[in-house]
Structures are given as structure tokens and as C-alpha cells.
Design a protein. Sequence first.
Length: 347
Amino acid sequence: MSPFLARHRWWITRTLVLPLHVAVFASVAFFLVRLVPGDPVMARIDASGGFTQEDYDRAAEQMGLAGSVWSQFGRFWSELVTGNLGVSPVTGRPVWEEVMSRLPSTVELVTLGLLGCVALALVLAAITVTTRSPRLHAVLRGYGKLAGSVPDFAVAILGLVLFFVVLQVIPAPLGRVDPRMTMPDVTGFPLLDSVITGDWPVFAAITARYALPLAVLVLVHTPSLWRQLSLGLSEQVTASPTLFKVASGATRTSIHLSVLRRASASSVVMLGAMFGGLIGGVVVIEQLFGFGGVAQFAIGSVEQLDFVGLQGFLVVIAGLCLLVFFLVDLVNMILDPRRRPGVRVDG
């Protein structure tokens, strides 16, 4: 093996295996969709006046459901390798367009929520490590237990009742902007697009409507990340590398950054898992606030037996989550070189 490959094998191997993982999950998605009960062809045929076998076969051919499962699987992959996810028989639009018209707004909401979780977790972890007040620690433990045991949609409903119905300090939960406004469409990320185009009224409207759902996501999902980070910080504060830096006269800032870097590896893994979970789990939040994200397309596909739309949704989401986990893996190996393939850990 060349010196370059040996030195960079830790990320090259992960990059090369990523398409294989996507292929496996895409194949699983194809067969998983076909476990949904019901006949999608019959759901598209108007049987009120009767229909013939030719009508059924024609509809099945148009939906890509003609022939055996294995012939369908072959057509699925012949189209997938060209980037074609098919056309939804329900909407008549390409599935890629259907998913991508909704996915960026969901990713934006989830990403902003996770960034808020990271910020709050860092603050709480710093307070936990640097203070010795029993009362403060008891309050923080109480928050962690309460927030971790209450689902986010329940907190969202309570927030809507309090801040919209009673106090009337937030806009009506009828979408990301006022229905009379037109959202700019540059990247598909609503808040980002309003900044790019300088449409500050739309930016203010989106920010006002994001405030409560983001607060719900942060309050409910921070405790698990905070506990993981606190555990890592507690271990690394007294670890040998930290004691060596203190003894060598390193600055306080460099010591804190070193501790945080070594303690955050497991938290980065949890953050990636939270992203994957929230992409699908935020659907209830989006419905409560009228946001209409990508998961609602999947729910509609299940209800209307849209196999093409559902399998396309699963392929895109699986690819996105695998990409996130790939990045998490790389970040972890950057933070802790001992996790790289071929690195020996003595002791």
C-alpha cells in the first residue's frame, strides 16, 4: 500500500463503502414497500363501471408494477442508477421533485433545532462541570428527567394553548409564513432563501413561526445530548492528557478546548442519530404548525398506496441519513484519531 493510501485510509475506505450502503438500503426499501397491505393498482382504477384485465395490466404498466417482483426490481434499479425515482401515480409529478420540494424545509427545521440543542447542551454541561451547587444540580437533573419523559408533540400542544390561545403572542400555526406572502425559492430552505434574497418581512415571518417549534425541539431533545456530553467531560477533566497539559503550563483556553474535543466524540454520534430520528419524527410538529414537510408526503403515499412515491421517499431519506452518519464517522475520527482504521491503542 502506498504511503498516501496508508495515511488516508481512514476516510477513503468510508467514502468508497458509502454507495454500497445506499444500494443495500435502497434494495431493502423496494421490498419493504411491497409489504404494505393493499393493491395499489386497484386503488388507481375506477371500478364503478367495471374493468377488464387489460385495464388492470395497463394501469400496472404505467405504475411500474407489471410483471414479477424481480422484474420490477430490475426496472427499479435500471431507473435508479440514472437518478430517476419514478413518477407518482397520485400527483403525476416525478418523485424526486415531490420529495425535494419538501425535504429542505424539514432539514432546515431539524438542523436549527439540533444546533439549539448543541448550544444548550454545552451551556448545561459547562454549568454541571464547573459548579458545585447541590440545588442547581438538582434543578438540572429535574429538567433532564422531565424533558426526557415528555414527547415533543405534547409540549408543542401545550405551547400552542399557552402562547397562541391564551397569551396570543405567536402567529397562527398556519404555515411558515402568512398565506398572503410569497416565499422566495432559491435553495429550498425557506429561512436561508429569505436571507439570500433580502426579503426581511418573510424572514421575520418565518422566524416568528419557527420560534415555538424550535423551542420545543430544543427543550425536549437537549437532555439526552447534555447527559452524554457531561459524562464525557467528567471523564476527560481528570484524564492523563488533561493533567499533562495542566502540568506543562498550558493556557486555560487550550485546556478547555482539548477536554471538549476529546469528550465530544460520543456526543457527535448521538447528534447524528438524533438527526435521523427527527427527520421522520418531526412530522407531528410540522402538522401541528401547518408546515407541510417531507414526512407528510410519505404518510400520504402510504394512505393512497403510492408505492412509487413511498419507495422514492425511503431511498432519499436513507441516502441522507447515511450521508449524515458518514460525516459523523469522519468527524469522530478527526476528534479522536484512535478511532481510525489501523491505529493501535496501547494499554
